[in-house]
Ligand binder design. Structure first.
Ligand SMILES: [Zn+2]
Length: 457
């Protein structure tokens, strides 16, 4: 078809207009906030002054068996969500060992010059959902503050380190048979709990350490990452089959799921799965743990951790092997390939894996490639046959696929850590993953109970 150029408009186009000013509601809210914000800042400052005064009247801290000496008293500044505040902070020094303490900073749990505890958590939250430069940009409209990406990065590191340490400690606690599980409200442990596990890759920095930049010097451009290494982020989704509700025919939504994640180490992942099941009160003596995974050895080796268990090979992984053969045998996009795999799927769902395997043995591959794919398919189904009783899993309501964990990868990892060109240090990824899990598990409020950890910038 030949395109004819559009006839020129009768009048020249007008530039699309923008409203002259913000809406009345926006103006009203902004006027009130602009008026009150300095008052709020003054109130925060006054409360801080009162605290500093009270602190100054406390007995001097004790070290080496005697009160420490008052060494100096210096003004310190912090950035809060309503602006800068300051206080004079007394430093004590021990005449015996030379140790120093600043009790006011210990009470406030903040170092000089750092964002206040509340602001640090907000910046941590922003850095948890957006790249550090974008998060710093968001702090402008949200808090009316100018912060740089480094400040956000530091908040994520300090909060993330605390979250990661807590997760690891909780894992170690529950791994000890002497540890008691916390009391949980509700009807007791469920009959069954599903643990879907899978891994996805994360691009890592090649350089083992971060480069330090000396102020005032410009560093050479970073070499491009050509031999980029990848690590596997292993994720588990824990859910109770009974808590799946059918929102519309065929569509299920979950009342609650718990995500668990770990960089690299399979043992650590299962330690965390175990700990989270115990924390949620989902692991009673009669609970069947339903492990859903692909053919990865690391999953099935560790699944033996659960005495009462049901192992399920993810149905879609099982079908991928059938498709690989069908494409080679019948050709890409061939109707016969579709018919053939549909029949395999039907038979598998009906629980006839043995019949499928017997039938596979009678096939005549037409090329060495399809022979190899068929052998692989037979081997895969034979190895996992006991994990392919799909009719029974459906009947018990366990589900047959690990779709939950694949969508978890997207939320936990892809949405924040796999954006274009992103490369992670081991420690940076570990901290950010720990924070994203708190957020996605609906536990962000717990960051109030985490103590910020000092980290080298
Ligand atoms: Zn001392």
């Amino acid at each position: 078809m030949v395109r004819t150029p559009a006839a020129p408009p009768a009048a020249p186009p007008t530039r699309p207009p923008l409203a002259e000013q913000a809406s009345r509601f926006v103006q009203l809210e902004r006027d009130v906030w602009d008026r009150c914000r300095p008052q709020v800042r003054d109130a925060v400052q006054a409360a801080l002054d009162a605290l500093a005064t009270a602190e100054a009247t406390h007995a001097r801290p004790i070290c080496c068996g005697r009160p420490m000496r008052r060494h100096d008293r210096r003004p310190v500044q912090w950035l809060t969500w309503v602006g800068q505040v300051r206080a004079r902070v007394t430093r004590y020094r021990c005449a015996g060992c030379g140790a120093e303490r600043r009790p006011l900073l210990e009470t406030l749990e903040v170092e000089p010059g750092q964002p206040s505890g509340w602001l640090a958590r907000q910046l941590g939250l922003l850095g948890c959902v957006a790249s550090y430069p974008l998060a710093a940009q968001l702090a402008g409209p949200l808090f009316g503050l100018t912060v740089n990406a480094m400040t956000v990065w530091r908040a994520v590191q300090r909060l993330g380190e605390a979250a990661a340490q807590h997760t690891e400690a909780l894992g170690a606690y529950h791994a000890d048979p002497r540890s008691a599980a916390p009391a949980v409200d509700g009807a007791g442990a469920p009959e069954a709990v599903v643990v879907a596990v899978d891994g996805c890759t994360l691009g890592m920095q090649v350089r083992p350490t971060r480069r330090r930049r000396t102020p005032g010097t410009s560093s050479s451009p970073l070499p491009s990452v050509t031999d980029g290494r990848f690590r596997e982020v292993k994720t588990g989704v824990l859910l109770r089959p009974a808590a799946r509700v059918e929102t519309s025919p065929g569509r299920h939504a979950l009342v609650r799921r718990v995500l668990v994640t770990c960089l690299g180490d399979a043992d650590a992942l299962f330690t965390r799965v175990w700990a989270q099941l115990r924390e949620a009160g989902w692991l009673g003596p009669q609970t069947t743990v339903v492990v859903i995974g692909d053919g990865s050895e690391w999953i099935w080796h560790r699944a033996t951790l659960f005495v009462r268990r049901c192992e399920i090979l993810d149905f879609w992984h099982a079908m991928e092997y059938a498709w690989a053969y069908a494409r080679l045998q019948f050709g890409e996009g061939a109707r016969r390939a579709e018919h053939w795999t549909r029949r395999v799927a039907q038979d598998l769902k009906a629980g006839n894996v043995e019949a499928v395997i017997s039938r596979l043995h009678t096939l005549h591959p037409r090329s060495p490639e399809s022979r190899a794919a068929l052998d692989m398919l037979i081997r895969y189904y034979t190895t996992h046959a006991a994990r392919m009783q799909y009719d029974e899993y459906q009947r018990l309501g366990y589900g047959i696929g690990s779709g939950a964990v694949e969508s978890a990868h997207k939320q936990v990892v892809h949405a924040r850590l796999r954006q274009a060109g992103m490369r992670w240090s081991e420690i940076g990824a570990r901290r950010l993953l720990a924070l994203r899990l708190l957020l996605l598990n609906g536990d962000w409020g717990r960051t109030d109970q985490l103590r910020l950890v000092g980290v080298a910038a």
